[in-house]
Write a protein that binds this ligand. Structure first.
Ligand SMILES: [Zn+2]
Length: 420
């Protein structure tokens, strides 16, 4: 006897279709409501701890910037939602499925064509929006440094990369499914685990060079200060790189990648321009704090556990023909099952996302504390303020928005913690 999670005689495909539409609409409505709440607090008084972030002129600029971004994202999401609903109503997936089937009898090839069409279609619809965001909004506020040629090259490289990596992974997973049936999830899980470790280790040497130039940090005061600090905290650091982020945007950043002997710290050239030596070392101290507190490792384990649970749940549903019928597709298939499951699962993944953000914000406090205790809290405060100023950040986000969407505590929370 076979265990069925959804008994087919008790739920009609029609009913499942309505559940899917309901999930899409409710998810959209909640998201818009949170954004609306957040926008209502755009004009709140700046907390006293942060009054030195903006001059009056910069403050007005930041107000205009966040309002413009809010209107833009509202329009974009309304447009996307409308098209998505129409696509579902007019049996878009069934149509793409039959087009894909007209080219091949092989389930793997069909799935690749299917997702290829979906991906290219949504990319074509999304491109005018990202073009407008980069060349109209970011340009207007002085952030954009990208040229149209670079924008196009990024777009093409991104598409090719996701076709190669996404297509490869999809083909392997469907092959596992064909070979092993329901237990495919275990092999898929192992495969994704190995792949994640591989990408974490080689991200900087394989993916980043496709988009950016990285060069070792040159000798001098900054490098000496960084090495002094890393020696003091017993952190072996052989790789500090500078990345040419300035070719796309004036916004600054720094990150940590890889582990073991392959770990490296990457500084945006914009960060080096904006901050002084003391402030940069404070940012690095924060990044080293993440490493020392094993956050990189814990995050990887957590995401593997979440992936395992998701794949297991998917394996319980995948054989059920109702997943395909709900989208008016008569021939059940892995790729249609994946789409339906993805939507049914989205409320759960929203919740795990919130949970991951809570953990992430905890980790950020810990990394800040590390920088405060081992280096200098006030240098980190002034670097965080400068970075917020230079990206025209919203200093008064709404609590609900922070709770759901923020992977970092707010600037105010971080400053309070660092000053305490
Ligand atoms: Zn951090």
């Amino acid at each position: 006897m076979k265990f069925e999670l959804i008994p087919q005689d008790q739920m009609s495909p029609q009913f499942l279709f309505y559940i899917i539409i309901a999930i899409l609409i409710i998810d959209f409505a909640i998201d818009k409501f949170i954004n609306h709440l957040n926008a209502k607090h755009f004009d709140d008084k700046i907390p006293s701890e942060l009054t030195d972030v903006y001059s009056e002129k910069e403050y007005f600029k930041s107000q205009a910037y966040k309002k413009e971004n809010y209107r833009f994202s509202l329009f974009k999401s309304l447009f996307t939602m409308l098209l998505t609903l129409l696509f579902f109503m007019f049996k878009g997936f069934a149509w793409v499925d039959s087009v894909s089937r007209s080219y091949s009898d092989n389930e793997i090839i069909i799935a690749l064509i299917f997702f290829g069409i979906i991906m290219i279609g949504s990319d074509i619809l999304g491109t005018p929006f990202s073009y407008y965001h980069t060349f109209i909004i970011e340009e207007k506020y002085g952030f954009n440094k990208s040229s149209k040629r670079l924008f196009l090259a990024d777009k093409l490289k991104g598409l090719l990369l996701s076709a190669a990596i996404g297509g490869g992974i999809l083909a392997i997973i469907i092959w596992f499914y064909q070979m092993t049936g329901e237990t495919f999830w275990i092999y898929t899980w192992l495969f994704i685990g190995v792949f994640t470790i591989f990408v974490t280790m080689f991200y900087s040497s394989l993916i980043v060079p496709l988009f950016n130039k990285q060069s070792p940090l040159e000798e001098g005061e900054l490098k000496d200060a960084i090495f002094d600090f890393s020696k003091k905290t017993d952190f072996t650091l052989d790789n500090i790189y500078v990345i040419d982020g300035s070719k796309r945007s004036t916004k600054a950043n720094a990150y940590f990648s890889g582990f073991g002997a392959r770990k490296r710290i990457v500084l945006y050239d914009t960060l080096i321009n904006d901050l002084n030596t003391e402030e940069i070392v404070a940012v690095l101290a924060h990044e080293i704090g993440h490493y020392k507190k094993k956050h990189v490792f814990i995050n990887m384990i957590l995401s593997l556990v979440v992936t395992g649970i998701t794949l297991y749940l998917f394996s319980l549903f995948i054989d059920n023909a109702i997943l395909s019928k709900a989208l008016s597709v008569n021939i059940p298939s892995f790729h249609i099952g994946l789409i339906t499951f993805g939507i049914l699962y989205s409320p759960i993944s929203e919740i795990t996302g919130i949970f991951m953000n809570i953990i992430s914000r905890k980790f950020e406090y810990q990394a800040d504390d590390f920088a405060k205790n081992e280096f200098n809290g006030s240098a980190l405060v002034s670097s965080l303020k400068k970075l917020s100023k230079n990206s025209l950040s919203n200093l008064t986000p709404h609590k609900a928005n922070v709770f759901i969407h923020y992977s970092h505590p707010t600037l105010l929370q971080r400053v309070k913690n660092l000053n305490s």
